[in-house]
Design a protein around this ligand. Structure first.
Ligand code: ZN
Length: 502
């Protein structure tokens, strides 16, 4: 058994690190929600300083010794015991940082802090040249980061591992290769059918009423407002500032209804995952998601498998109509359901439908890999983007704001992040097949506005475990197989047949 002193000293060290990370998150939240226009550089310095402190704490010899002591004292215990997993996860997190010099960490924080503001201005002016030198520095720094983990099979592997522990570039490419053909065929089959009308989604929806409706809905799904809040942001995100402070953000467009509601449900899906970690894991590395794909599986499940289903709207549609008097009077429930499930290639990833979404990700993965390999120069990125859009989705952006500048990820230094979105789609569908077996009365629950059964299943199967299990291990424990594209393709086929008629 672990002695009390071993466990408590380690817990103090880990708790202080988590506290520092949460302060970093608070500064980042503030940066994206409230920062004055000229405060970007000063904030970048603050973030650089704090990241350096976190790095020093995580890589300290004392923490290494305490993790070793815990591992030693728990040897022979059940491998699933929390303390055994705490030692293993703490060691994995520490080992990853030990390899990276503190100066490089601080440099990345400084450069991306400045790049964020420049990206936001470049995007609003559709001026890629303004962002280009910042992205060049980021790609260079990320290559240096990857080199800290040499030797590797592929330069992209160490970057992917930051978001998806244990996943290799070759594996992701393999999964995407299995998806590409069937997804393209599904899109072609939809294009051959009569188009679905979704024009009513672009009518004028009062912004305050959208905000109020979204607030109401995510609360009923299970987002705990006593342990969170919602603000506006250019690029919506969820952020955790503590075990009882998990915040979401959204954007509201008066002339595009889905942005606010489905965006809020998406972020609430992320937030409910973090609100559901075992409270005993608080202020330890176990109070974290298993991976970003697991994270995205939760947001996608609530956004698409739940909130675009017919039973969900059998419950909510009368209330939606009442909230926006007159706006949807001529749109029957079934027409509304078809409209929110319309398949149509779009320029903007965050507005893409379920069927075309993964093609946006395949494009980004391809470009990231080529930039890192050095086979695509940053100056040539806009042209490569536009060519990829033409090939993958048959359309070319009118300007860079609607093309290569649309996403915040590269400005934030998050190279290796995009594939986790597509993997999350796959995991969501894979979990959903299991849920249908375990909870056969789910449709009836939704029709009556009961979402607690689903949330309880997710809490028990996924949320409460936090980072205790590696992503592939967790998916296998729950579904019996590793991440697999087949359930997602089955789900899409079923959805399209229901919406378009088979
Ligand atoms: Zn997400």
């Amino acid at each position: 058994m672990a002695t009390e002193s071993t466990t408590s000293r380690l817990r103090v060290l880990l708790a202080e690190i988590v506290d520092l990370k949460n302060v970093v998150s608070l500064l980042e939240w503030d940066q994206q929600c409230c920062l004055p226009p000229s405060a970007g550089e000063g904030r970048a310095e603050q973030l650089g300083t704090l990241q350096r402190l976190v790095h020093e704490r995580v890589t300290s010899d004392e923490l290494g010794r305490e993790i070793d002591r815990l591992a030693e004292s728990t040897r022979g215990l059940d491998p699933d015991a929390d303390e055994v997993r705490l030692a293993a996860v703490s060691r994995r997190v520490r080992d990853r940082l030990v390899r990276v010099p503190a100066d490089l960490v601080a440099e990345i924080a400084r450069v991306t802090g400045v790049a964020y503001g420049e990206w936001a201005r470049a995007r609003s002016e559709s001026d890629f040249a303004r962002f280009r030198p910042h992205l060049e520095r980021i790609v260079d720094l990320k290559r240096r980061l990857a080199d800290c983990f040499a030797p590797y099979d592929h330069v992209y592997d160490p970057l992917l591992a930051e978001f998806e522990p244990g996943m290799k570039t070759a594996e992701v490419r393999g999964i995407f290769d299995r998806l590409r053909g069937p997804q393209a065929a599904l899109i072609r089959s939809v294009a051959a059918r009569a188009p679905v009308d979704d024009g009513f989604l672009r009518r004028r929806f009062d912004e305050a009423a959208q905000w109020a409706f979204a607030t109401e809905v995510v609360g009923e799904l299970g987002y705990d407002w006593a342990r969170g809040r919602q603000d506006k942001a250019v690029h919506p995100f969820t952020i955790t500032l503590g075990a009882d402070d998990v915040r979401i953000t959204t954007r509201v467009a008066a002339d595009f209804f889905p942005s606010c509601l489905f965006g809020s449900i998406h972020e609430a899906g992320h937030a409910m995952y973090e609100q559901g970690f075992d409270p005993a894991f608080a202020r330890t590395p176990l109070a974290d998601a298993a991976s970003l794909a697991l994270h995205e599986s939760q947001s996608r499940m609530w956004e698409n498998l739940v909130a675009r289903s017919l039973p969900f709207w059998e419950h909510f549609y009368p209330r939606l109509r009442a909230r926006f008097p007159g706006v949807l009077d001529d749109v029957p429930l079934l027409a509304f359901h078809r409209g929110i499930n319309r398949v149509s290639p779009s320029l903007i990833r965050v507005e893409a439908d379920e069927t075309t979404y993964n093609l946006h990700i395949m494009l980004r993965l391809d470009l990231e890999i080529r930039m890192l390999e050095g086979t695509l120069a940053v100056k040539d990125l806009p042209a490569a983007w536009n060519e990829g859009m033409r090939q993958h989705l048959g359309m070319v952006p009118p300007d860079d704001a609607h093309g290569v500048l649309q996403d915040v990820h590269w400005a934030g230094g998050s190279i290796g992040y995009f594939p986790t979105y597509a993997l999350g789609n796959l995991v969501a569908a894979q979990l959903w097949e299991r849920i249908q077996v375990d909870l056969p009365g789910l449709d009836e629950d939704f029709r009556h506005g009961r979402f607690g059964g689903l949330l309880a299943w997710l809490r028990k199967s996924i949320h409460r475990h936090g980072a205790k299990f590696a992503p592939q291990e967790l998916v296998r424990r729950v579904t019996g197989s590793p991440i697999d594209p087949a359930p997602y393709l089955r789900y899409l086929e079923g959805k399209l047949a229901a919406v378009h008629g088979s």
